[in-house]
Design a binder for this molecule. Structure first.
Ligand SMILES: Cc1cc2nc3c(=O)[nH]c(=O)nc-3n(C[C@H](O)[C@H](O)[C@H](O)COP(=O)(O)OP(=O)(O)OC[C@H]3O[C@@H](n4cnc5c(N)ncnc54)[C@H](O)[C@@H]3O)c2cc1C
Length: 392
């Protein structure tokens, strides 16, 4: 074997349990670690800031193993071709992913080099579990959870001790990110592991308190999972974590396999015959975006999103439910606003959950009502969350 491979990082910005990194080291003698900042990939300034910090952290880890990270800006396949030519690489290895961008990227990469695709962000790869009644993916969560829990998961990949690289070409200078949120978490694999280690020991109250808005007891690992600073596969097997948390990781896989089978999830109602006649009220939409609806619990959630680029899951459900079920506005407008701000933006999770909330997606009770007052009374009984984010 005398091969050089371009190791293309995408949403797997880590060195521990990274199947792409492990595959590249197995398949080639020399690897060219590359990240391409592709303007075609959906993101936002908050997630971009987080991504830049994650790249810095990844570079430190790769250097410690004797390698480095080449960073380029532009169309991914063209940059892979250019870097491949400069380094004599004849192979490109990248992670699988769901969605239109990822599918198009794989096609373009296959045109410029021999392509190997390693397991991606899921614990269980989309398409591996199929419903017994037929179909190319699971449409309902509970049977998926059963199959997922019993499935054999892939092995955890060891971190490579040493990376052999050829002479690496220069990196591009990436433009800085003008984050809009003022309280963003630090990016990178080290920060991810530190957050996990800080949260895991006290996580036994998660099953009881994950919906407590003011308590803020969820893991806040979502930005790290969205860019792969943390391995979902490893996390799902972490003995310190409660099953309720593992179930949430299964929801993540569930939406990924839906997106893989239905890439138009971002624009088209997933459920056949679902409602698609939404109201148009630009003033109400703008008030919702700014957290100025006058409904305390909704405004609190929307203002948390603006300040932190993150919102508690229960608040995401309440604010999204208010937009689609109370105001009757289009879920696509709500999802687009979330996509502009979420530091944990994830195509499958954002649009999958928006469609679920709107009743156009996988909810088995699509017409369920949504009462924000009852939600506030139940999940913010003494008003502490409302006072924190939307004091009157
Ligand atoms: C309208 C709406 C939009 C959303 N958009 C996103 C998004 O863009 N990115 C995103 O990561 N999550 C999204 N979610 C799911 C969920 O709100 C977040 O994953 C969660 O709030 C992140 O906080 P945490 O890491 O503390 O969660 P924890 O409760 O600690 O859960 C651990 C992990 O499980 C996964 N998870 C948790 N809840 C869900 C869920 N309902 N669906 C799928 N995966 C889940 C996440 O990866 C999360 O980090 C959305 C939910 C709704 C209702």
């Amino acid at each position: 074997m005398n091969r050089t491979a371009v190791l293309l990082f995408t949403r797997d910005l880590r060195v521990h349990d990274n199947p792409t990194l492990a595959a590249a080291c197995r398949l080639a003698d020399r690897v060219v670690p590359l990240y391409v900042d592709d303007p075609g990939r959906a993101s936002n300034p908050n997630q971009r800031r987080f991504m830049l910090e994650s790249l810095d952290d990844l570079r430190v880890s790769l250097r410690a193993a004797g390698g480095d990270l080449v960073v380029r800006r532009g169309a991914t396949a063209a940059q892979v071709a250019a870097v491949g030519e400069a380094t004599g690489a004849d192979l490109v290895v990248c992670a699988s992913d769901a969605g239109r961008f990822a599918a198009g990227l794989r096609e373009r990469l296959a045109d410029v080099a021999e392509l190997r695709v390693a397991p991606g962000p899921a614990v269980v790869e989309p398409g591996r579990l199929l419903p017994s009644g037929g179909g190319d993916h699971y449409r309902v969560f509970t049977p998926y959870w059963r199959a997922w829990s019993q499935a054999r998961w892939r092995g955890v990949e060891p971190e490579p001790e040493r990376l052999r690289t050829p002479n690496l070409p220069d990196s591009d200078e990436l433009p800085p990110a003008d984050a809009t949120a003022t309280h963003l978490p630090p990016g990178g694999e080290r920060a991810a592991l530190a957050r996990l280690d800080a949260w895991a020991p006290g996580s036994d109250d998660y099953p009881d308190r994950h919906d407590d808005l003011a308590g803020d007891r969820t893991s806040r690992l979502s930005p790290y999972l969205a860019l792969g600073c943390l391995s979902a596969r490893e996390l799902a097997a972490d003995p310190r974590l409660p099953e309720a948390l593992v179930r949430q990781l299964c929801w993540r896989d569930f939406h990924l396999q839906v997106l893989a089978a239905f890439p138009s999830l971002t624009d088209v109602p997933y459920r056949r015959g679902a409602r698609d006649d939404w109201e148009s009220d630009p003033a109400a939409l703008e008030a919702w975006r700014r957290g100025e609806t006058g409904v305390g619990i909704v405004d609190a959630g929307m203002r948390q999103l603006l300040a932190e680029g993150w919102m508690h899951n229960r608040a995401r459900l309440i604010t999204a439910g208010y937009l689609v079920k109370t105001l009757g506005l289009d879920w696509r407008a709500g999802a687009a606003w979330f996509a502009r701000h979420l530091v944990d933006l994830d195509e499958a999770n954002n649009w999958g959950n928006w469609q679920w909330t709107a009743g156009t997606g996988n909810d088995t009770r699509p017409n369920r009502g949504f009462n924000h007052e009852r939600q506030a009374a139940r999940f913010d009984p003494d008003g502490a969350y409302r006072r924190r984010w939307a004091p009157s």
